[in-house]
Design a protein. Structure first.
Length: 185
């Protein structure tokens, strides 16, 4: 089994375990997350990999940061995370890539994630994993419009936006791709 298929299977098993641990049926999780029961079933059976937006909805439904949904894809956390060992998750539909720079751990409060989004993409999240989740977004290259709780910010290389998620958010690129770092606490 190749690494991508193994990652999809590992994530599928983790999501199903989270749902079952909370005593939720597929229908109850569908109602709570806004993701169809059929899609949830296909994800849990590793027939498809969830999109970034779907993962965002599931994170909110489980009240977990996105990194904890993806945690099973990460090795146990060593003090040093070499670039070639850092986990990368991609959403080919949205042309979005997410690399965990600092290994996630329930023992640590701060995470650093490097993201890239290709031109002319829009990724929207209905709600945060948990209200008040603090983010510091540093633009490395390109441009990005981020909307947080109804306020939009046009970011360029070198700009840093600090915000707390309380409601919907979205990330949108125009003719330039975006590459940025998010530090989350």
């Amino acid at each position: 089994m190749d690494k991508d298929n193994q990652s999809c299977l590992t994530l599928a098993e983790h999501l199903k375990t989270l749902r079952l641990d909370l005593g939720l049926s597929l229908q109850a999780l569908a109602e709570k997350s806004g993701v169809s029961r059929a899609t949830l079933s296909r994800i849990e059976n590793a027939d498809v990999s969830p999109t970034a937006e779907t993962l965002g909805r599931l994170a909110a439904a489980f009240a977990l940061p996105l990194s904890q949904l993806l945690a099973p894809l990460e090795p146990s956390f060593p003090p040093l995370a070499r670039r070639d060992k850092q986990n990368v998750w991609s959403d080919p539909e949205k042309k979005f890539s997410r690399r965990v720079v600092s290994p996630p751990s329930r023992q640590l409060k701060l995470e650093i994630i490097e993201c890239s989004i290709e031109p002319y993409q829009h990724i929207a999240y209905d709600r945060p994993a948990f209200p008040g989740h603090e983010h510091h977004l540093l633009m490395l290259a390109g441009s990005l419009t981020i909307t947080v709780d109804g306020a939009s910010y046009d970011l360029r290389s070198g700009d840093c936006l600090r915000y707390q998620l309380r409601g919907a958010s979205s990330f949108e690129t125009s003719e330039l791709p975006a590459r940025y770092i998010i530090a989350m606490a």
